[in-house]
Write a protein that binds this ligand. Structure first.
Ligand SMILES: Nc1ncnc2c1ncn2[C@@H]1O[C@H](COP(=O)(O)OP(=O)(O)OP(=O)(O)O)[C@@H](O)[C@H]1O
Ligand SMILES: [Mg+2]
Length: 365
């Protein structure tokens, strides 16, 4: 388990002090992949480095399993080498003057192991990542994906309970990234390690994580399983950051079941209300939660009508921008490609519609 409680950190520079972590708290369950996701500069790496012991928070507490490794109140700060973690960084930091085997065995230096034990551990770690045959190869003679695997083997060689991964796949091309993503997940499950994973790539976070903590401006905005954050976000920032989103300005005009009805330029829609949404509000739905509706349904609840402004054929589906009174929504409609200028009605699944506080930010479409 990784437990972070109210971690805060500020950097002091020429222009005064900048707060980069603001009371960051989370709990990563044993054997799970817990991901810190968020825009560039939001504090993901800083958080990870605090957990690793490479950075000292100004305040807060960190526990790894049942060990307290940092506490500002109790004056505890355990060094990185004593935290028993495996780490993989964005730049794999493979040493070019060493062979693959020497790179991987490096973290064992401090452990006073016998030669045989050391060799067998290196062999095991390289087996795990499918590189056993390359043990004597000079490190520079490796492809990007192979270097990435060496970095992973090095992180695993001391058999840590906890693995920290900071954007480990961002230097790889799309295909290799996809492959390594699966391999890391498989390996993590097989070894039962707890992985703290950092990425700014939402697709990667959705694919790999058991739990995602979405960060913004040095704070944790929302924590939950990928599906929950994607389908039922509590916060507007989450809704807008993960996946494609429509935010349609409207007014709350009534109740509907356990939700509210919002009047927009396109029509009236029901949705679940999030805090602060009244009476000025934004209706949120994802483009693929809309479907084509028959003309005679225009004007009924959860059906919108407008003019097709732009269409893009995407193969499996079409990307369609529908316009009305200067507002635009984006729809993903499989099947027939609508004509530009055509009048079109669409139905939105109220199960996945949310009503957020009105924001002054421009609409996503
Ligand atoms: N040593 C430092 N001195 C001053 N400011 C720093 C230092 N390290 C990081 N920062 C600032 O702290 C903030 C958070 O940085 P951090 O590296 O944690 O972001 P990140 O979420 O990992 O971003 P990215 O996705 O770009 O890697 C940034 O604004 C960064 O400029
Ligand atoms: Mg970073």
């Amino acid at each position: 388990m990784i437990f972070a409680n109210e971690l805060s950190k500020a950097y002091t520079g020429e222009r005064g002090s900048v707060r980069v972590l603001n009371a960051v708290s989370f709990e990563a369950a044993p054997g799970s992949v817990f991901t810190l996701l968020g825009p560039s500069g939001c504090g993901k790496t800083t958080t990870l480095r605090c957990i690793a012991g490479l950075e000292q928070p100004d305040a807060g507490e960190i526990r790894l399993g049942d060990r307290k490794v940092f506490s500002s109140r109790e004056g505890i700060q355990l060094g990185a080498e004593r935290r028993g973690l495996g780490m993989v960084f964005q730049s794999y930091a493979i040493w070019p003057h060493m062979t693959v085997g020497e790179n991987v065995s490096y973290p064992l230096d401090g452990l006073k192991l016998g030669r045989a034990e050391r060799d067998s551990r290196v062999q095991r770690a390289l087996d795990l990542v499918g590189l056993a045959a390359l043990v004597d190869r000079p490190a520079p003679n490796l492809s990007g994906g192979q270097q990435q695997r060496v970095a992973l083997a090095r992180a695993l060689v001391a058999e840590p309970q906890i693995l920290l991964l900071d954007e480990p796949l961002s230097n790889l091309d799309a295909k290799l990234r996809d492959q390594m993503r699966r391999e890391i997940k498989r390996l993590q499950r097989r070894l039962g390690v707890t992985a703290l994973f950092v990425t700014h790539d939402q697709e990667e976070a959705l694919a790999l994580s058991d739990t995602i903590a979405l960060m913004n401006n040095g704070e944790v905005v929302e924590v939950g399983p990928p599906r929950q954050l994607y389908d039922a976000p509590m916060h507007r920032f989450t809704a807008g950051f993960l996946g494609l989103a429509n935010f349609v300005p409207g007014t709350v005009v009534g109740e509907a079941g356990d939700g509210v009805v919002v009047e927009t330029a396109f029509g009236r829609f029901a949705g679940k209300r999030r805090s602060g949404a009244a009476p000025a509000a934004d209706l949120f739905f994802r483009p693929h939660k809309a479907s084509l509706a028959a003309d005679d349904r225009a004007g009924s609840l959860d059906v919108g009508t407008g003019t097709v402004a732009e269409t893009i054929f995407l193969g499996e589906t079409n990307d369609v921008l529908v316009e009305r009174d200067g507002q635009r929504v984006r729809l993903r409609l499989p099947g027939r490609l609508p004509r530009e200028g055509e009048r079109l009605s669409f139905a939105v699944d109220p199960e996945f519609s949310l009503v957020f506080e009105r924001s002054s930010a421009p609409p996503a479409a």
